[in-house]
Ligand binder design. Structure first.
Ligand SMILES: [Mg+2]
Length: 245
């Protein structure tokens, strides 16, 4: 079957999302949450390693909560756990402000790949369907704002974010939701992403083809051992693969 649609991952596929390893990036983002919390409540809030330890425990709780059903652990839930541990009540608006403080650190360092715009335009001109299927701990609205800033807010139909969808890749339902909206069969679609399990195994399990786009920080130890139809270093190599499929 010829390829009729491309399901793109967002982070590290279309946009370089990690200019430094996720652990150090998230540590800086968590420090920003602590500073915003101090501003919001005008209260003494333990900082540094103490605050980060609360965050680490919160993530462990939230990840466990969603492990079995591949639900999406949300930053808001983790923040809620941190605040509960500190005995600080917070309104939903305050939690949203803390999430925004966290994402500001991430947003400040994200960079679209220079070739991404051209690749998207080439895929569109070929008449292929284009969807976005993204796993994220942040509200989808943050990413939709980034897409709009890049002029990509009408590029993907649909654009599905796990945080809103409720399930994350590799859960089959998130891929099937995209395929249904695109009105294509799994065998007519290719998933492009940087995560071996979420993107490649997830795609293969629903019957899609899969292209692994390598990123220095998420690169599998043995890319050749991943069951992908192709492994690419740069996004524009996807066009060559599409020529042959
Ligand atoms: Mg990714």
């Amino acid at each position: 079957m010829a390829i009729q649609a491309v399901l793109f991952d967002l982070g590290n596929t279309l946009i370089d999302f990690e200019s430094e390893p996720a652990a150090t990036l998230h540590r800086r983002a968590e420090d920003a949450v602590q500073r915003r919390l101090v501003q919001l409540r005008d209260a003494t809030v333990p900082g540094g390693d103490t605050f980060r330890a609360h965050f680490a425990r919160a993530w462990a709780v939230v990840e466990e909560r969603h492990r079995a059903d591949l639900g999406q652990p949300a930053l808001a839930e983790a923040i809620g756990e941190v605040l509960a541990a500190l005995g600080i009540p917070a309104s939903p608006e305050e939690v949203a402000a803390l999430e925004a403080a966290h994402y500001e650190v991430i947003r400040a360092q994200i960079r679209p790949y220079p070739e991404a715009g051209r690749v998207l335009e080439c895929v569109r001109r070929r008449g292929l369907g284009m969807a976005l299927v993204s796993n994220t701990i942040w509200p989808a609205a943050f990413h939709r704002a980034d897409l709009a800033a890049l002029g990509w807010d009408r590029t993907f139909e649909p654009a599905i974010f796990s945080r809103d969808f409720g399930r994350r890749k590799p859960h089959p339902s998130i891929f099937r939701a995209a395929l249904e909206r695109l009105a294509v069969a799994p065998g007519e679609a290719v998933v492009v992403g940087d995560r071996a399990e979420a993107d490649i195994e997830g795609a293969r399990n629903v019957g899609c083809r899969a292209v692994l786009k390598l990123h220095p920080f998420t690169r599998p130890a043995d890319p050749a051992g991943v069951a992908a139809d192709a492994v690419i270093e740069r996004l524009d190599e996807l066009l060559d693969w599409l020529d042959r499929n």
